[in-house]
Design a binder for this molecule. Structure first.
Ligand SMILES: [Fe+2]
Length: 372
């Protein structure tokens, strides 16, 4: 099918157009709070995405440790998204990961095309752009690079960028360090539900089966940012998502009925609770609706890592300990693959509580990756 070949947004943006093609114009009902993202970021009024300092997450002093863990737990329950600081991953390593990704995207489009994925034949790893298969039918103002980074035996090294030379060593080390952080976070979230420390880790597949997928999102400057989105509104299907960015604002969260623009917090990692944890916790932890704005002044780049359970091996459903007479299960049992399908082709007969998770999400292992 001819439609399987997507044009690169980067090429479109650098062609000098003043008006964006109609395929990128969002439906009228979506055009709320899509003003100037730099102005939005300066807005200090109203609720703000919490910043969680993880420096004491394993403190010996139990009081100090519990305070840190409670803050993380509460943020996961109230927001489902947070800026993590003092997360234990060295800033120098994060800088290397970002520099490597930036240098890859600095290559001419034709060089990057050598890594192009082929969504039509199911090869989703590599360089790509969104095809018009979302709920709205509109395209998103971004190109991306996507590949599996952990565990080692699930990596396809043939697709990893060979330029710049530091890409592979930097990303390998980052994956290893991030995986350690994932376990720590899952432990705290388990304890927060009154479960054994290792329970959520086990429920999402453990060291062998939880898959870390990296997606570099490249959002070129957009001549009409008030009409386009880098990523349309969705919740992540993952267990957890970790996002680095180049300090250009863009992420918006739908909190208490309003779109809130996330501030850029130096040396932080943005963490989302994904649908998988929301389901396992029977809705105690939230998978928040979010989207990505674009702007006409600066290129925005983000580096997302989606931590996903295996597609077929695990049935996701509220853990028995989270269910009671007063809190019946809010989600029907589904494999991860079924959950993704369900969201892509949202069925109308589900209960209202389930409707939030019907938003089309693209962080999953299909052809419609996204993040923010
Ligand atoms: Fe996302």
């Amino acid at each position: 099918m001819a439609a399987a070949v997507a044009s690169r947004v980067e090429s479109l943006a650098s062609s000098g157009i003043q008006l964006i093609p109609k395929e990128y114009v969002r439906p009228q009902e979506e055009l709320t709070s899509m003003g100037n993202v730099f102005e939005e970021e300066k807005n200090l009024q109203g609720p703000q995405v919490p910043t969680i300092d993880l420096s004491q997450i394993e403190a010996e002093d139990t009081e100090v440790r519990d305070k840190c863990r409670d803050e993380l737990k509460n943020a996961a329950m109230q927001w489902g998204v947070m800026h993590l600081v003092n997360h234990g991953i060295p800033v120098e390593l994060i800088d290397r990961v970002k520099e490597a990704g930036q240098k890859f995207f600095d290559l001419p489009v034709e060089e990057k095309e050598k890594y192009a994925n082929d969504q039509a034949s199911g090869n989703i790893q590599g360089y790509g752009s969104k095809l018009a298969n979302t709920a709205s039918g509109s395209l998103e103002w971004e190109d991306y690079f996507f590949h599996t980074i952990f565990p080692e035996d699930k990596r396809d090294m043939s697709i990893w960028p060979k330029t710049p030379a530091d890409y592979i060593p930097a990303v390998m080390e980052y994956a290893k360090r991030l995986r350690i952080l994932v376990s720590k976070i899952l432990s705290v979230l388990s304890l927060g539900l009154g479960l054994e420390e290792g329970r959520l880790e086990k429920e999402v597949g453990g060291m062998e089966e939880l898959i870390l997928q990296k997606k570099i999102n490249y959002y070129p400057k957009c001549p009409q940012p008030e009409l386009a989105l880098g990523v349309e509104a969705h919740t992540d299907v993952s267990a957890l998502t970790f996002i680095l960015h180049n300090m250009v604002p863009g992420l918006q969260l739908f909190y208490e009925g309003k779109w809130i623009t996330a501030k850029c917090v130096p040396d932080s990692i943005i963490m989302h609770i994904g649908d998988t944890i929301e389901i396992l916790s029977n809705g105690k932890y939230k998978s928040i609706l979010h989207r990505g704005l674009v702007n006409k002044e600066k290129v925005r780049i983000s580096w997302a890592v989606f931590c996903e359970p295996p597609k077929e091996k695990i049935i996701l459903k509220p853990l028995p300990e989270t269910v009671s007479e007063t809190r019946p299960p809010r989600y029907p049992p589904r494999t991860f693959a079924q959950h993704i399908q369900h969201k892509l082709f949202g069925k109308k007969e589900e209960s209202p509580e389930d409707s939030k998770l019907q938003e089309v999400d693209e962080s999953s292992s299909d052809t419609t990756k996204s993040s923010s």
